[in-house]
Design a protein around this ligand. Sequence first.
Ligand code: C5P
Length: 417
Amino acid sequence: MSSEPITVLHHRRIVLGVTGSIAVYKAVDLASKLTQAGALVDVIMTEAARRFVAPITFESVTGRPVYTTMWATAEGALPTHIAHVGLGEGADLLVIAPITAHTIARLAHGLADDLLAVTALAARCPVLIAPAMDGGMYAHPATQANLTTLRARGVTIIEPEEGRFASGLIGKGRLPETPTLIGHIRRALGRSGPLAGRRVVVTAGGTREPLDPVRVLTNRSSGKQGYALAQAALDAGADVTLISTVSELPVPVGATLVPVETAAQMRDAVLQHISGADALLMAAAVADYRPAEVAAHKLKKSGADAETRTLTLVRTPDILSEVNEQRPRSGWPRVVVGFAAESGDLLHNAQEKLQRKGLDLIVANDITAPDAGFAVDTNRVTLLDMQGNIEPLELTSKARVAEHVIARVARLLETRG
Ligand code: C5P
């Protein structure tokens, strides 16, 4: 994960409650990554948590005091007048990770017997909890009933993962890794963003057209810009469907993945998922041609044509044109964004595509620049819209490009009501 500030986390106040589980060491990494991303992290540790890790570890990574008690005379205390409500009151989010079975039970019953419990009871911000415990404790009806109670009260529960515990046993109860926890935190903080209640479909990656059972025709698209768009849409509060050919990139937390391979499969998936969608962002590099025939058996190099081989290619469906065709009838998607990867005459070619494919916005990039386009983490793009506006963006990360495009989509949707 890069340490570039994450916009949805920047200057947000997160109270991180930490309870007594061996997974506390992962919470140190979480506190560190949240701080690097620009969040202000106030850590509250329970007494049991301090048996695993000392407060100074969290203080070092957050650069802020760590709170351990509500009694003003003791070290690690808040001033008395804010002890009860202070931390939770000003926070954007309360995250308790890891949360033990014991603290889950305390929260479910509204106990207020230490600073973390009091803060949880007084907090008016959203609450996110990440259980971590032995599989048997997690599956126990008492824990599950307490979780059901908390869920009914609006607490978001990050499901623990299956795996091996410190005890050597295998089961469900492991704290997810930092990127997953941060994905849930982004989702919680983005919920009321400019795309709240909107449905966004994003396509990503290069399509793969089979030639025989082992070979495919594909392109250099990594899918990174598409995945960044999906994440930016999630940060803005949208429900996101990600139609993707990529298996190497982590799926942003909260996105629904629809895996596809070929242009034809992508077309079917897009036409199915745009029904009711507010926006479609076609970031995928869709093959224009596919082999006319797919050999049932691996093609051999022996035979009369061993030195050269001629392939017959046929056109694939133009997905955006088909979307455009059905749009006047269905009304969906309300906003369509295309992408143009060009190696020359960028603006002219992009403008022509914008018109021909009936797009609201096109993101054009010059793939001949070494710091932009395929596989790298940065991009240099120009946005062209149907009103004739041309907006060149500086060279920046794909995450920033994505945020910019999503902000434009949000504005377009706003003007359409
Ligand atoms: O014409 P060109 O392929 O350069 O257009 C790029 C845009 O069109 C991209 O948004 C891409 O996802 C989309 N496209 C499509 N169907 C195709 C080829 C490209 O929707 N068969």
